[in-house]
Design a protein around this ligand. Structure first.
Ligand SMILES: Nc1ncnc2c1ncn2[C@@H]1O[C@H](COP(=O)(O)OP(=O)(O)OP(=O)(O)O)[C@@H](O)[C@H]1O
Length: 262
């Protein structure tokens, strides 16, 4: 596989719910080591696109390729084995567990210890658990909340809990990280900090994100794809997309990306 080949490619992806076509022959490529943003007005099909990549939704037609091979409707629980992880719009954390425990919950596919070896507390199982905990602490350091590792999630502010969700996705060391509205509900400072964290991830991880926060998207993403009524209406760098008349029209009545009202 050549480094220039995209990590994820969608070809002619269509999805219908009942009679309603929600994605209409969507083709896109997610280049390796980049951040690709998917934007578009409400109801454009962004989340459906994510859900299709994750196997929550079956396409009516079209193909997904991951690392050059067809990605055949992965079962959601097998995603991490494919090297894909995602965060959800709702955080989906265990509120009564600590930050560390929540992050370790994202590593279940790597937890190789069986019930028996755990019960017997075999040295092998202990070493494995130790390694996973070290890995979780490294990931918490990456998202800058290692100091909160032993705090119960429910006691933490929303911005911190969002980082826990990000850390939980990162512990599986995904090659492709899908972020669903990562900046939603964050303060300006938290949003800027998050952009810095995501930028730093590109060294090891390719990122695809869906987001409404236009400053965040325009400053962070290397490339953008714009959906409207399930169709790709524009793609390119943030500058190219911002200047595209089709995008301006799609956002008529909403804040124009990167415009004075954004
Ligand atoms: N399970 C479903 N059954 C029927 N219609 C659905 C389903 N999921 C989504 N839709 C419809 O598909 C269209 C696209 O929805 P989707 O959530 O993908 O858009 P979106 O771009 O993510 O919107 P938003 O920015 O508001 O989150 C909408 O018209 C929505 O009502």
């Amino acid at each position: 596989m050549h480094d220039d080949d995209p990590l994820l490619r969608a070809e002619g992806l269509s999805v219908s719910f009942g009679g309603l076509r929600v994605l209409d022959r969507v083709s896109l490529a997610v280049p390796r080591g980049r951040v690709l943003g998917v934007i578009g007005p409400n109801g454009a099909g962004k989340t459906t696109l994510f859900n299709t990549i994750c196997g929550f939704v079956r396409p009516t037609s079209g193909t997904l390729f991951f690392d050059g091979r067809p990605l055949r409707h992965p079962r959601p629980h097998q995603l991490t084995r494919h090297g894909i992880a995602r965060t959800l719009q709702g955080l989906g954390l265990f509120p009564r567990l600590t930050v560390l425990e929540n992050v370790l919950a994202g590593a279940t596919h790597r937890a190789r210890t069986g019930v028996l070896s755990s019960l017997l507390a075999s040295p092998w199982a202990q070493r494995h658990e130790q390694r996973l905990t070290e890995q979780a602490m490294r990931v918490l350091t990456t998202v800058d909340i290692a100091a909160e590792a032993h705090r119960v999630c429910a006691s933490l502010p929303y911005g911190t809990r969002k980082r826990v969700a990000l850390a939980r996705a990162l512990i599986s060391e995904p090659r492709l990280l899908l972020l669903d509205e990562p900046a939603a509900g964050l303060s300006e400072q938290e949003t800027a900090d998050l952009a810095g964290i995501v930028r730093g991830l590109r060294q090891h991880t390719t990122v695809m994100l869906v987001e409404h926060h236009m400053d965040f998207v325009m400053n962070l993403c290397d490339e953008l794809v714009v959906l409207d009524f399930g169709e790709v209406i524009a793609r390119g760098t943030p500058e190219q997309v911002r200047a595209d008349p089709a995008v301006q029209r799609a956002y008529l009545g909403e804040a124009v990306p990167g415009g004075a009202d954004a």
